[in-house]
Write a protein that binds this ligand. Structure first.
Ligand code: ZN
Ligand code: CU
Length: 477
C-alpha cells in the first residue's frame, strides 16, 4: 500500500464502506487476504499490485469534455480519479454569450454557456462524469466576460468586474485562479491586473496557477512576475507545465529550478509537468522556427493532415513551414521544443506534480492525453530511477491535493474519500505514442472513484464501468 504521502509503502488492505475508506491495515488480511475490499460489492485481489490513492491530474483542459464525454476514458484508464480544470487562463465559467465565439481551441468548446460557477457545477452534476472535477477560474475567461477588446490592459471598471465575478466563483467552490499570459487574449494584461485578481483568491484561500508569459528567452523574468504576483497577493503559486522551450533555452532548468527554490523560501510554490519532450498547443507561427519538429494535431482547413509533420506538408506545398502553418490555421500541433535532460530535472524535482495537459478534443492528440501518468512510472521511475515508487505516487496524489487544497483525497487513510487505484508496478506503462496517440495504458488493474468500481484493466475493451465523479467544492475555511 502506498498512501500518497511519499513515505515507504507497507502491506495491507483497504476497507471501503460507502464512498469513504473505513479502515486500512494488516488486520484485514486475515479475513480477506491481500484484498482491496469494497463493501457490499466486491473484493479486489491485489496480490502483486500496489494500492494507491487515485491520481490527481494537476493540469487539464477537461472543462468541456467532462460534460460532452463523461466516461473520461483517457484519464480513468491512467488511474486518474480527479482532474483540475480551467488551466492556462481558460475555464468554461463564468461567461455566457449567445455570440459565436472564436473556438476555444484548448477546451474544444465553441461557446461559453456558464455565466456562473454554480451553473457550471450543475452542468457537471447533470453530466455525471466518471471523475471528480476541481475547477480553476481562468483569467482569460474573466477578460472575455468583462472586456470587449482583449488586446489592451483592463480598465479599473473592468478589473472590478472581473474581481466580482471571480469572488462569486470562489464563493461557489472554485479552487483558484489560472492565467495564460503567453496567449494573445491575455498577453496585454500587466502583472498588477493578475495580482489584483489573485488577492480575491487569497481571501478564499485558493491557489494561483500560471502558464508563464514566456517559457523561452525571458522565462526568468516571467517566473519573477508570477512569483511577485502570488507573493503580493498572498496565494500559493503553481507554475504550469514547467519547461525551457526552444533549442536556445535547452539546459536552462539549471537556472529556473534554483529560482523556484529561492522563491520557495518566501512563498508556497509548486510546479507541474508532463513527461514528454514535446509540448502541444494551438498552431502559432512564432513557435515554428524551422529547426524543431512540429507535428500537426488538428487543422480545420485540412482535417486529414492530423498526425503529419509540418515539414512534410510544407515540402509538399513547396512553401516554408511558417507559410504552411498560416494555411493550416486554426489548428493545433505538437512542438518538439524540449530537451530530455531538462524534462528529467523538472520531473525529479521535489516540488513537481504530474499534470497531463492533455487536449481531449484534438483529432490526433499529443500522447500525454492517454499516457502521461503511466509513463512517469515506466520511463522515469522504472527505466531511469529518478525517484522511488512512493515519490512517483506522491507527485500524483498527496502533493497535488495539498497544493490545490483538495481535501480528503490524494491520500489513503481512514475516513478519506474512497478514490483508489490498484496498479502493477512491474508493468504499468503508457502505450500512446505520437504516431498512435489514442491507446489505453497497461498495468492499471482497478480504479475506484467515490467507492464505486469505475475501471477494470485487462477487460477486452477498456471501458468506463461507473460514472461516480463529483464536482469538488473548495472550502475556504
Ligand atoms: Zn498552458
Ligand atoms: Cu495547459
Amino acid at each position: 500500500m502506498i498512501d500518497g504521502g511519499g513515505g515507504p509503502s507497507w502491506p495491507g488492505d483497504v476497507l471501503i464502506v460507502g464512498d469513504r475508506i473505513a479502515r486500512l491495515g494488516e488486520g484485514l488480511r486475515e479475513r480477506l487476504p491481500d484484498g482491496l475490499v469494497i463493501a457490499d460489492l466486491d473484493v479486489i485481489d491485489c496480490r502483486g499490485h500496489a494500492i494507491a490513492p487515485g491520481f490527481i491530474d494537476a493540469h487539464t483542459h477537461d472543462d468541456a469534455i467532462v460534460l460532452r464525454d463523461p466516461a473520461c476514458l483517457p484519464k480513468l484508464s491512467q488511474g486518474i480519479t480527479t482532474v483540475v480544470t480551467g488551466n492556462c487562463g481558460i475555464s468554461l465559467a463564468p461567461y455566457a454569450t449567445r455570440e459565436a465565439m472564436p473556438p476555444l481551441t484548448l477546451l474544444g468548446a465553441d461557446s461559453f454557456r456558464h455565466a456562473t460557477m454554480s451553473e457550471y457545477r450543475l452542468a457537471v452534476q447533470a453530466a455525471q462524469p466518471a471523475l471528480n472535477v476541481a475547477a480553476l477560474i481562468g483569467h482569460t475567461t474573466l477578460r472575455f466576460a468583462a472586456m470587449t477588446d482583449l488586446t489592451r490592459a483592463a480598465s479599473s471598471d473592468e478589473r472590478a468586474q472581473m474581481a466580482r465575478l471571480l469572488d462569486a466563483c470562489m464563493a461557489q467552490g472554485a479552487h483558484g485562479l489560472s492565467s495564460g499570459l503567453f496567449y494573445e487574449e491575455a498577453y496585454a494584461a500587466p502583472a498588477d491586473e493578475v495580482t489584483e485578481l489573485a488577492r480575491v483568491v487569497a481571501k478564499h484561500r485558493g491557489v494561483y496557477a500560471t502558464h508563464l508569459r514566456s517559457e523561452m528567452e525571458t522565462i526568468l523574468d516571467a517566473m519573477h512576475e508570477a512569483g511577485d504576483s502570488a507573493f503580493a497577493a498572498g496565494v500559493p503559486l503553481v507554475i504550469s507545465h514547467h519547461k525551457c522551450a526552444g533549442p536556445a533555452n535547452w539546459g536552462r532548468t539549471r537556472e529556473t529550478l534554483p529560482l523556484v527554490e529561492a522563491l520557495a523560501k518566501r512563498q508556497q510554490i509548486a510546479l507541474d509537468v508532463y513527461p514528454y519532450v514535446a509540448g502541444s498547443t494551438v498552431l502559432r507561427e512564432d513557435l515554428v522556427d524551422g529547426v524543431i519538429d512540429v507535428m500537426l494535431t488538428w487543422s480545420d482547413a485540412y482535417p486529414e493532415f492530423g498526425g503529419r509533420m509540418l515539414a512534410d506538408i510544407a515540402a509538399e506545398w513547396s512553401v516554408d513551414q511558417k507559410t504552411a502553418c498560416r494555411r493550416l490555421k486554426p489548428g493545433g500541433a505538437c512542438y518538439f521544443q524540449m530537451n530530455e535532460e531538462d524534462v528529467e530535472r523538472v520531473i525529479a524535482h521535489p516540488l513537481t506534480m504530474i499534470g497531463s495537459d492533455g487536449l481531449p478534443h484534438d483529432r490526433h492528440p499529443h500522447p500525454r492525453l492517454w499516457g502521461a501518468f503511466p509513463r512517469v512510472f515506466a520511463r522515469y521511475w522504472r527505466a531511469r530511477g529518478l525517484f522511488t515508487l512512493e515519490q512517483a505516487v506522491h507527485k500524483m496524489t498527496g502533493l497535488t491535493a495539498r497544493n490545490f487544497r483538495i481535501v480528503d483525497r490524494g491520500v489513503l487513510r481512514a475516513n478519506a474519500m474512497a478514490d483508489v487505484v490498484v496498479f502493477d508496478p512491474a508493468t504499468i506503462a503508457d502505450t500512446a505514442t505520437f504516431e498512435a496517440p489514442i491507446s489505453a495504458s497497461l498495468g492499471i488493474h482497478r480504479v475506484v472513484v467515490n467507492g464505486e468500481l469505475a475501471y477494470a484493466g485487462g477487460d477486452p475493451e477498456p471501458r468506463t464501468l461507473a460514472c461516480a465523479g463529483r464536482m469538488l467544492t473548495h472550502k475556504s475555511a
